[in-house]
Write a protein that binds this ligand. Structure first.
Ligand code: UDP
Length: 246
């Protein structure tokens, strides 16, 4: 079920539910674009109607971050689960490995996707890494990248170019790419590569992953300031009695 939180239509589903739906699309070869908006991305979408439209055109919209759940709570909307994009990607890799399928790793700085591939292969030996490409390319190179992905014919594309670049890329090439599941997964490639550490489980459990990211990378403060702004927005909508802001 889609639930609109200030104009973005999130799916209220468990991690397992998202993975089951993703795998169904892999098996039936249906196109499935997956987006993972957090508070920062939601605020970008507030200023950029075209980007918001893209997010709302995705088949699966993961509430990626405790702030989305908190905003929903402020607005008395039924978002019960927070589902991190990286957990979806990891779960999909596990399932793809179990059925002898493949993933193409696209994004991050040169060399990172290869490192991520090595680590994923160690964890899931039956997973095929169909191909890799870094996320720094000119518009002229896009054709080559599409051709490479299609030649390798993966079951899933991890598109880690940061938002909104990754969403624009996936939608622009949706028809040209012969890949069933495409996921806009931001910094997940860096985490799979091991160059960025995810917060310890206790931080994740307490909904304090944002705080861990802030203390380990204080430069993010400029981006993280958007979290309280997003929650303040939710409060204003509640006061105005407007839940959706469409
Ligand atoms: N990135 C990229 N191409 C670009 C800009 C960014 O591949 O033109 C990568 C960047 O190297 C990083 C990821 O996109 O690996 C974005 O990470 P960020 O921390 O912004 O993502 P988040 O998970 O916070 O959305």
């Amino acid at each position: 079920m889609k639930v609109s939180v200030m104009g973005i239509n999130f799916d209220d589903m468990t991690l397992e539910g998202f993975i089951a739906e993703g795998m169904e699309c892999v098996r039936t070869k249906q196109k499935c674009i997956v987006v993972t908006p957090n508070a920062e991305i939601a605020l970008v979408a507030k200023q950029d109607v075209d980007f918001k439209r893209l997010l709302n055109s995705a088949r699966l919209v993961l509430p990626d971050g405790i702030s989305i759940k908190m905003a929903a709570k402020i607005l008395s909307l039924p978002i019960r689960y927070k589902v991190a994009g990286i957990e979806f990607c990891e779960g999909m890799c596990r399932e793809l490995a179990q059925s002898g399928r493949s993933v193409y790793l696209f994004g991050a700085k040169p060399g990172i996707a290869e490192m991520a591939g090595e680590n994923l292969r160690k964890k899931y030996p039956a997973l095929t890494i169909a191909g890799t490409h870094d996320g720094y390319f000119t518009p002229e190179q896009e054709g080559e990248i599409i051709a490479d992905i299609n030649a390798k014919s993966p079951d899933m594309l991890l598109c880690c170019l940061g938002a909104p670049k990754q969403e624009r890329f996936m939608f622009k090439y949706k028809d040209a790419l012969s890949v069933p599941v495409m996921v806009g997964a931001g910094g997940s490639m860096d985490v799979f590569a091991g160059t960025v550490k995810r917060a310890p489980k206790i931080f994740i459990k307490l909904g304090l992953e944002w705080f861990y990211r802030l203390i380990t990378d204080p430069k993010r403060i400029k981006r993280m300031i958007r979290i309280p702004i997003y929650l303040w927005d939710a409060l204003c909508y509640r006061i105005k009695g407007d839940k959706n802001n469409d």
